[in-house]
Ligand binder design. Structure first.
Ligand SMILES: [Cu+2]
Length: 149
């Protein structure tokens, strides 16, 4: 009985030691960026952080910015202001309770809209200025696109 107790105790100690050392190892890995000594022990970690560093050095190009325009079935309640930077890639995500065509002036882009469906207009805001976005058939403005140079 006593022996089993010792064996169990030894096993518990081993597990605790393992966890502690493992935890300590992770900490060393974190500190390895500052101190050069444990680089060999944490080759894998160093490689991983190196890759991450490269990724952050050259950030991936940001995806197009999604801008939502919602037109209620009883008509637009106002003119939505949309501010973007010149060169920014934009996706207008348009939901309309009215069947019509959405027209982005200046860029001369058109999309059909209808209740229950989502229209998307993708473009790069290459031209600076202020451009009206309207429900083409109604001739009713729903938004103003402002492209800052
Ligand atoms: Cu128009």
């Amino acid at each position: 009985m006593a022996r089993i107790g010792i064996v169990v105790a030894a096993a518990v100690v081993a597990v605790v030691l393992f966890l502690v050392l493992r935890g300590g190892g992770d900490d060393d890995g974190g500190q390895a960026e500052g101190t050069t000594a444990p680089t060999q022990a944490t080759t894998t970690d160093a490689t991983t952080t190196g890759t991450t560093g490269e990724t952050s050095t050259a950030p991936p190009p940001p995806g197009p910015r999604e801008i939502e325009i919602n037109v209620p079935a009883d008509g637009p309640s106002g003119i939505q202001r949309i501010d973007v930077q010149q060169g920014e890639r934009v996706v207008l995500v348009i939901r309309s309770g009215i069947a019509d065509h959405v027209h982005v002036h200046g860029y001369d882009l058109l999309a059909d809209v209808a209740p229950g469906r989502t229209a998307r207009i993708r473009f790069e805001a290459s031209r600076p200025g202020r451009f009206e976005i309207e429900l083409e058939d109604r001739g009713q403005p729903i938004a103003e696109l402002r492209v800052q140079p």
